[in-house]
Design a protein around this ligand. Structure first.
Ligand code: ST9
Ligand code: ZN
Ligand code: ZN
Length: 334
């Protein structure tokens, strides 16, 4: 029996969620024990080659690619981005809304295009990131610095604490979804096909060269989406303001939000992680993912969108905010 929520337009407020305002601060403060790195050289070499290819692809994107290829590449950026934001992050890791089968299939396709590993693996790491934020059990512990939280964590063996505490994360809800089980089971076939082979082949249908298509629509687009995603782990844990909770490191950053389809309001998100908007207000120009989810709700593919009442936000801002809330222009809107 699902929890009974209070219907507010197309979304629902859950009493249990409202009480999360009273969540105590984490037991372990931000920390990182000194450790000996076990570098995975295969990953170091592959990521270096990938980034060189990405830079070359960016050059071809700007100078030589056909206009149709450029537009196609931007569309791939937006759809693979949604596979992460509206899919792996807001739908699956946080369950901030529910989705019918066609939307779950579409988002799984978009997610495979993003190649950030299967949703089941992504969501497991992300749930750890929230539960053990900025400690050794957080896979991209930002207290280890910008480089580690951006990409370094993918170049070394995980801290034993991640594996030790991993069992405290319940993933049974996601394992129950046959679409996600299918993606995980066939990932090594689906991922190369969707992320690299099709984006290389499709532009040749309008006369683009295989060379340009591969470096622009596949490699450059992939490297770009990876890096903007990683900015949420690095920059959005470092530079910005903390209107909702000054006792945590995640921050609000508009510039990051622009390129990550609305995921740069990270102080809000770590304070109220169950809000499907991942931001106080869904300003569509900075939150394309909210626009997408709202549109899906209009056609009935998304439902039970969870959010936070202005009242709960206001109390939290007064209790733990850093005083910059007004600067964001929210006051007059309430
Ligand atoms: C990538 C992911 O880039 C990026 C994620 C970013 C997240 C951002 C979040 C921000 C919010 C959202 C904003 C979105 C914005 C998007 C904008 C878009 C426009 N719990 O991992 P292994 C156990 S991926 C429990 O091999 P190693 C488990 O038993 C890029 N247990 O650890 C596991 O076995 P299995 C492409 C856990 O050996 C076993 O340990 N992918 C957990 O230390 C071994 O796990 C790559 O490049 C856990 N959390 O290796 C791959 N974790 O899995 C890179 C592990 O069978 N990764 N266990 O259950 C690797 O090569 C390796 O993982 C490694 C660590 C070398 C990093
Ligand atoms: Zn974070
Ligand atoms: Zn999150």
């Amino acid at each position: 029996m699902p929890p009974q929520g209070q219907q507010q337009g197309s979304w629902v407020l859950y009493e249990s969620d409202l009480n999360k305002d009273a969540t105590p601060p984490p037991l372990v403060p931000p920390s990182a024990e000194k450790r000996k790195w076990k570098i995975v050289w295969r990953n170091v070499i592959l990521f270096m080659l990938l980034h060189l290819g990405g830079l070359y692809g960016a050059y071809l994107f700007l100078t030589q690619a056909m206009w149709t290829t450029r537009i196609f590449t931007v569309l791939l950026y937006l759809s693979s981005g949604l596979g992460i934001t509206a899919g792996a992050h807001r739908l699956w890791a946080h369950k901030s809304y529910k989705a019918k089968l066609p939307l779950r299939m579409l988002l799984t396709l978009f997610n495979t295009l993003a190649f950030q590993d299967s949703v089941l693996d992504w969501a497991r790491d992300h749930r750890m990131h929230h539960k053990y934020s900025e400690t050794d059990a957080d896979p991209h512990n930002a207290t280890r610095g910008f480089f580690f939280s951006h990409v370094g964590w993918l170049l070394v063996r995980k801290h034993p604490e991640i594996k030790a505490k991993g069992h405290t994360i319940d993933m049974s809800d996601l394992w129950a979804d046959p679409v996600l089980r299918f993606q995980k089971k066939y990932y090594l076939i689906l991922m190369p096909l969707v992320c690299f082979i099709l984006p290389t082949y499709i532009p040749t249908l309008w006369g683009e060269s295989l060379w340009n298509a591969y470096f622009v629509s596949a490699i450059f687009r992939y490297v770009y989406v990876l890096n903007v995603t990683w900015l949420v782990n690095s920059a959005a844990h470092k530079w910005g303001s903390k209107p909702y909770d000054k006792f945590i490191n995640p921050v609000e950053t508009k510039s990051v939000s622009l390129v990550v389809l609305g995921e740069g309001f990270h102080n809000y998100h770590h304070t109220f992680p169950w809000d499907y908007k991942t931001a106080e207000l869904g300003n569509y120009s900075l939150n394309f993912s909210k626009l997408f989810i709202d549109t899906m709700a209009k056609i009935g593919w998304a439902y039970d969108l969870k959010t936070v009442s202005p009242d709960v936000i206001e109390k939290r801002v007064k209790r733990t905010g850093d005083g910059t809330h007004q600067e964001w222009g929210f006051e007059e809107l309430h």
